[in-house]
Ligand binder design. Structure first.
Ligand code: GDP
Ligand code: MG
Length: 149
């Protein structure tokens, strides 16, 4: 099964959106296999966003991500990486489809509520940055026999 890294950013935590966001992934059938609320240290923010280090928005992005607690999650399920990216929506909330998390809950690209890994490779890398192996839990959800063919 595929696993992906998802994080409610500080604006989403402050706006009380953690429960709504968790509910959407749970209802989809994805399985929560790791979760924690954390103030991210600078080193992990830089690692997470290393592809954007030279971008003009990077200093603002780093300050935003470090401005308050983030809610970090690992979700597991068939095609989890791509499924979650579609549920999250386009990077710019103004262009994100209604029904997506960014489409429903955000307006500004610099305050877009949520992060999700963009490929299986990114997911493995990002899960490794933020979770120790022992923090991810293997278990069965009781609905799995009816959720999958
Ligand atoms: P994502 O994978 O959809 O989150 O988008 P990217 O990997 O392209 O960018 C990472 C994060 O950087 C985005 O989610 C935004 O928080 C931020 N970001 C990206 N582009 C911009 C921009 O043009 N301006 C600002 N202020 N932030 C941006
Ligand atoms: Mg990205």
């Amino acid at each position: 099964m595929d696993r992906t890294f998802v994080m409610v950013k500080p604006d989403g935590v402050q706006r009380g959106l953690v429960g709504e966001i968790v509910s959407r992934f749970e209802a989809k059938g994805l399985k929560l296999v790791g979760a924690k609320l954390e103030l991210l240290p600078e080193g992990r923010v830089v690692e997470q966003y290393r592809e954007h280090l030279e971008k003009p928005f990077f200093p603002g992005l780093k300050a935003y991500i470090m401005s308050g607690p983030c809610f970090l999650m690992a979700w597991e399920g068939k095609g989890a990486v791509a499924v979650v990216r579609r549920m999250v929506g386009a990077t710019n909330p103004a262009e994100a489809a209604p029904g997506s998390i960014r489409g429903d809950f955000a307006l500004d690209i610099g305050r877009n509520v949520i992060h999700a890994s963009d490929s299986p490779e990114s997911a493995a890398r990002e899960l490794g940055i933020h979770f120790a192996p022992g923090e991810l839990v293997d278990y069965s959800r009781i609905d799995e026999p009816v959720l999958y063919e």
